[in-house]
Design a protein around this ligand. Structure first.
Ligand code: NAD
Length: 287
């Protein structure tokens, strides 16, 4: 394969993210000049997990790039569920906080579900609230989880047909796999959801036109598991000494797939860009 055709098969998440951020920046400028409102995001970080701190930092940097005002709320790991709920309650009532993001995972003694449900659905930038999840299930997509939203945006940008296509999702978490399945179903794909208990994963992946893999298992998807021309989104992240790896054996799979996202530089930047879009949506709806 020539270098050129190799590059044509890579979905460049950074370029797509810049495009989305450009749209958000322009939306933020409009909101400010027409309504005098600057969108505000409050992030909540509990404890000092280095990976979580890094993710919050990346989100704050994205806010700076697009002109969103970001506030950083830090609670110590020993804080109580009540303290967290009380902070969320205050932020729900704060007018210039249009969106709230609770960085997960929380330390073990917290109930993340209760905390997510405490966030006002109108300020739910991550789209994890059961109200927003329920709307997604009935095809009324508003604030939806950022990672699957980024995948959908990339499918649109690359003109990948979805209707009637076989889509296989690997991973059935509430943050990626399940909302991804709902979003593809809403677009009339034929969707299979595989997970750790799926017997014979290859049987499903070989028939897939579109694969979204979010298992967190380094190089789970090998070239002999995909059909010629498949479109593949690699959500997984495995950090090892010496590198960051996706769930796809990229070097070999790219020889068969028509499009693949790299790790890093694929789904990750799109996830953050979609978060920016959601903050703008929250601000536009709650002036
Ligand atoms: P999770 O741990 O909640 O879920 C993992 C899913 O993968 C489960 O459904 C499990 O059944 C399935 N699974 C695990 N091993 C499997 C195997 N061998 N075969 C088939 N299925 C298997 O994880 P999550 O929160 O959905 O995240 C998944 C991965 O995606 C992680 O690596 C995470 O870091 C990454 N992630 C990346 C982004 C991003 O923006 N790039 C966003 C969210 C999650």
């Amino acid at each position: 394969m020539s270098d050129e055709s190799y590059e044509l098969r890579i979905i460049d998440g950074k370029v797509l993210a810049q495009q989305v951020e450009e749209e958000v920046r322009s939306g933020v400028e409009d909101l400010e000049s027409n309504r005098g409102v600057i969108p505000g995001l409050a992030t909540i970080l509990v404890g000092d997990d280095p990976a979580s701190k890094m993710y919050v930092r990346l989100k704050h940097r994205a806010c700076e790039r697009v002109g969103i005002r970001a506030e950083d709320y830090l609670l110590p790991a020993e804080a109580t569920q009540e303290e967290l709920l009380s902070l969320i309650d205050t932020l729900n009532k704060t007018r210039d906080v249009h969106a709230i993001l609770l960085q997960l995972p929380l330390p073990k003694h917290f109930s993340p579900q209760e905390a997510m449900e405490a966030i006002s659905p109108a300020k739910d930038a991550d789209g994890f609230h059961p109200y927003n999840m329920g709307k997604l299930m009935i095809g009324d997509e508003g604030l939806v989880p950022c990672t699957p939203h980024g995948v959908i945006r990339a499918l649109e940008e690359y003109n990948v047909p979805v209707k009637g296509k076989n889509a296989v999702i690997i991973g059935h978490s509430n943050v990626v796999g399940k909302p991804m399945a709902a979003m593809l179903l809403n677009r009339n794909a034929t969707v299979s959801v595989c997970h750790i208990f799926t017997d014979d994963l290859k049987k499903y992946t070989l028939g897939a036109d579109i694969i979204v893999v979010a298992a967190g298992v380094k190089h789970l998807i090998k070239a002999d598991m995909v059909k010629e021309g498949a479109v593949i989104f690699d959500v997984g992240i495995t950090k090892e000494e010496g590198g960051v790896y996706g769930d796809v054996d990229f070097e070999n799979v790219i020889k068969k797939a028509s499009l693949v996202t790299p790790v890093p530089g694929g789904v990750g930047p799109m996830t953050i860009a979609m978060l920016m879009k959601h903050v703008l949506m929250c601000a536009e709806k709650n002036l």
